[in-house]
Structure formats: structure tokens, C-alpha cells
Design a protein around this ligand. Structure first.
Ligand code: OOG
Ligand code: NI
Length: 302
């Protein structure tokens, strides 16, 4: 998985992936167990279905800013999804080559939050008077790689984080975690034998101690029955806030997706199917529950 490929997008993926693996212990834990149980020969053989990011819908930020990075490197904007209850909008992006992951970018509708929550968010984002993506050279891959982890606003106060958490767990997550990779997604249908079915793979994950998000059931299934998704609950990270305060808060997680063949291609052997012969895109109802992988109700599951 982008360990040996040398194209610009691969470099961006690697820059995203290294800090992610360090923060999310489940990533290596899952890879090691998959190698040990001979599901895959090595990490490189994992197919990454998609990666996801979260943004704040305020001037100079949000999807309109963040997507420029990936549009520049050949990604195409696809369908839009809306999440009324969570006050989120999202798009998915198709990669320039099949071997690359899709991208899912969501954005908080900040103007729909309470005045209090808006005021907290604006205290941080009002410092941003130009689109930060316009200030980097998108062909300079080192700059792009660093951008994801570069603070764009002040380190938040723990009180602000906690106040946001009461109203929007998503808002609290972004105010601290910013553009950290939110998750990567293992393509379960690419795995051998019974492991290629999400139900079986979930049992394997649980047997190695991975805690799954139970919101809407452990497996989220699209209306057409062809996209099945599950996810781990977010790893807690020891976070440092302003004024030297620290707290354990939700970081990132791992997702698992099974894309079944489209009706016309059911008879093709599974290892011969191309990406466009399987269910594409995302499903709002699945996504709605996957967002909750970072929510307190899931991370505090016992
Ligand atoms: C993204 C949740 C949605 C999917 O695959 O539908 C999602 C997030 O938690 O930011 O990943
Ligand atoms: Ni996802």
C-alpha cells in the first residue's frame, strides 16, 4: 500500500499514513494479525478502499479549500451526501488510478450550530484570513505532506473542546484533530476465502481484541445490499490542550468495507473483478453511523 510506488499521490499517501499508524495502534495490530494468519503476505498487499478527512465549514476552510489538494493530483469530485441531524455535508472523490484509494471529505455546517458553539469555533478559525491551501505549492510534495499536520489555529482550550463535545462530537474532534487522517479502509472483498466476507472478518477482528463500532449494528449495509461497512472505535489519544492541560480524547480509527459485485458481474470469479464491476461510491445511511466511531458513546463502550 503505497510503500513502493513513487508517484506524487503515493508520496502524499505515505506522508498521511506514517503519523496515522503511530497514533492508531489498531492499524499495526490488524496488519500483523493478518500476516500471521496468512490473509496477506505483507502490509503492501492490503487494498485501501478509501481514506477520510473532516473539515469545518467556515470561510477559507471546509471542503472547498481542502479538496483542492486532491483535485490538483487528479481526483474527481463525485456524489454529495447530507447528514441533517449531524449537520454535515460530504463528497467522495474518485482516484485517477484504480490502485489508489477513494477519498471521503466531510464538512461541519458551522452556521447551523448554536451561537455558543459558533463563537467557540470562530475564536479559532477567525485567525485564518486566506485559504491555507492557496498558500502552499501543491506540486511540492514535502509541503503537501506537512500541511496535513500543520496547526492552522491555536491549540484549543480543554473547556472549549468539552463545550463543543456537548453539542457536536464532530466539532470537538476537528477542533483538536484538524486534518489528521480520520481513517483508512481495508478492502475486505480482496481477502482470501471466508475472510472476504465482512461478517467473518469482523469475527477475526474481535478475536484479536479490536472493538467494533456498534452504532446501527456492527455491519452497516446499503439499501441495495452491495456495500457493507464496519469500523473500529476510535483510538483514545493523550491530547495536550492550551495552558498545559491534558485529556484522553478520541483520535482516529480503521474501517472495513466489502463491495459486492454488481448484478451483471456476479458470475465473474471474485479475484478477476475490476473496481467498476463492484458497488461504487458510498451510502449516506452507512456513513451516518460510521461517523460515530469517534463519538463518546462508542469510545467508552465496555
Ligand atoms: C467519515 C464517516 C463516513 C464512510 O465510509 O461512509 C465514512 C468520518 O468519520 O469522518 O467513512
Ligand atoms: Ni469511511
Amino acid at each position: 500500500m503505497y510503500l513502493t510506488e513513487q508517484k506524487p499521490v503515493d508520496k502524499i499517501m505515505r506522508a498521511l499514513f506514517e503519523p496515522y499508524k503511530e497514533r492508531v495502534a489498531d492499524v499495526d495490530k490488524i496488519t500483523k494479525a493478518m500476516v500471521e494468519h496468512q490473509l496477506i503476505p505483507d502490509e503492501e498487499s492490503i487494498v485501501n478502499d478509501h481514506i477520510a478527512f473532516r473539515t469545518l465549514g467556515v470561510p477559507n476552510l471546509g471542503i472547498a479549500s481542502f479538496e483542492k489538494i486532491f483535485l490538483h493530483h487528479g481526483y474527481k469530485r463525485m456524489d454529495k451526501y447530507q447528514f441533517a441531524e449531524k449537520k454535515l455535508d460530504a463528497h467522495w472523490y474518485a482516484p485517477p488510478e484504480e490502485r489508489l484509494p477513494r477519498i471521503f471529505i466531510s464538512e461541519l455546517r458551522v452556521q447551523d450550530l448554536s451561537k455558543t458553539a459558533q463563537a467557540i469555533i470562530k475564536r479559532y478559525t477567525d485567525q485564518i484570513i486566506a485559504d491555507p491551501v492557496d498558500l502552499i505549492n501543491l506540486d511540492d510534495l514535502e509541503q503537501v505532506g506537512k500541511f496535513f499536520y500543520q496547526p492552522l489555529w491555536n491549540l484549543p482550550l480543554l473547556e472549549d473542546y468539552n463545550k463543543l463535545l456537548e453539542e457536536s462530537e464532530y466539532a470537538a474532534w476537528v477542533i483538536y484533530n484538524r486534518y489528521y487522517l480520520n481513517h483508512y479502509t481495508i478492502s475486505v472483498h480482496e481477502l482470501p476465502g471466508a475472510y472476504s466476507e465482512l461478517d467473518h472478518f469482523n469475527k477475526f477482528l474481535e478475536s484479536i481484541g479490536i472493538m467494533l463500532n456498534t452504532a446501527g449494528g456492527k455491519i452497516k449495509v446499503s439499501k441495495d445490499g452491495l456495500l457493507k461497512q464496519s469500523s473500529s472505535v476510535a483510538q483514545m489519544v493523550e491530547a495536550e490542550f492550551a495552558l498545559g492541560k491534558t485529556a484522553n480524547i478520541a483520535g482516529s480509527y480503521v474501517e472495513f468495507a466489502e463491495r459486492l459485485p454488481l448484478p451483471n458481474f456476479e458470475s465473474i470469479p471474485h479475484n478477476k473483478l475490476s473496481r467498476d464491476q463492484r458497488r461504487e461510491g458510498f451510502e449516506a445511511a452507512n456513513a451516518d453511523k460510521i461517523f460515530e466511531s469517534t463519538y463518546t458513546e462508542q469510545t467508552q463502550q465496555v
